[in-house]
Design a protein around this ligand. Structure first.
Ligand code: ATP
Ligand code: MG
Length: 229
């Protein structure tokens, strides 16, 4: 039996909206991700992919149900413990890179380690290694505004892997890239995920990319189902 990394137990989410009343996004979603699972999450626009990822990553709260990361219930943690957990155990990659504009690529990748109290030298060594792995050895001193969209996204990927988190959540990481760069970035993420035996959940609209994952989950009308890959 593979080690369970993430468990979602009867997760439901409703939004109260002033205009439309209650928006029921999904209801009683339960699933488990084990170490090394690379899972593509598909679903039409508005089906709740981002909402689900945000809840799994503790950036948002479910209306009911719970999330367990390495057997710890996120809703039972103190705010301090929760932010530590987010820093060390979860890596995020978004559609737009969310890099800090005033820092270089290297500094951006080092940031999670510096926040966790890792020394400057150890952080920069690891960040340099990762940036080299994603093909950016020549761009480490560039600020985000001096990088192409695909390069900035590769920096965001390196940053997400920096702490060797248990789980990486990616919300349409290739949504902003052309087809060739999407494929390249996707392959790069898969290679890194396999190398580090990372559990990876990727929301994507791209069915061709979804097919390259080891599992495929689909969200439709508030229900999550496991699709064949
Ligand atoms: N803060 C909010 N208040 C009310 N409704 C919301 C809020 N945030 C999201 N929703 C609604 O919840 C549903 C799910 O949104 P979500 O962003 O999770 O979809 P998605 O699958 O990520 O879509 P996309 O593919 O377009 O990114 C949508 O119908 C959206 O309108
Ligand atoms: Mg979304």
């Amino acid at each position: 039996m593979k080690e369970v990394i993430l468990e979602s137990v009867n997760l439901s989410k409703e939004y109260m909206s002033t205009g439309t009343g209650v928006v029921r996004v999904f209801h009683n979603i339960s699933f488990a991700l084990t170490r090394g699972d690379i899972v593509a999450l598909t679903g039409a626009s508005g089906s709740g992919k981002s909402t689900l990822l945000n809840i799994l990553g503790s950036l948002d709260k479910p209306t009911s149900g719970k999330v367990l990361l390495e057997n710890e219930a996120l809703n039972e943690l103190s705010p301090e413990k929760l932010s530590q957990m987010r820093n060390k155990k979860i890596g995020f990659i978004f559609q737009f890179h969310h890099l800090l504009p005033e820092f270089t690529a290297l500094e951006n990748v080092m940031m999670p380690a510096l926040i966790a109290g890792t020394s400057d030298s150890a952080s920069s060594r690891r960040a340099e290694e990762l940036l080299t792995e994603v093909g950016l050895a020549e761009r480490m001193k560039h600020k985000p505004s001096e990088l192409s969209g695909g390069e900035a996204q590769r920096v965001a990927v390196a940053r997400a892997f920096m702490m060797q988190p248990s789980l990486i959540l990616a919300d349409e990481p290739t949504g902003n890239l052309d087809e060739i760069n999407s494929m390249k970035l996707f392959d790069m993420m898969l290679t890194l995920a396999q190398r580090y035996e990372q559990t990876f959940l990727i929301a994507t609209h791209n069915i061709e990319l979804a097919k390259r994952a080891t599992r495929h989950m689909h969200l439709e009308k508030g229900v999550l189902s496991e699709a064949g890959t």
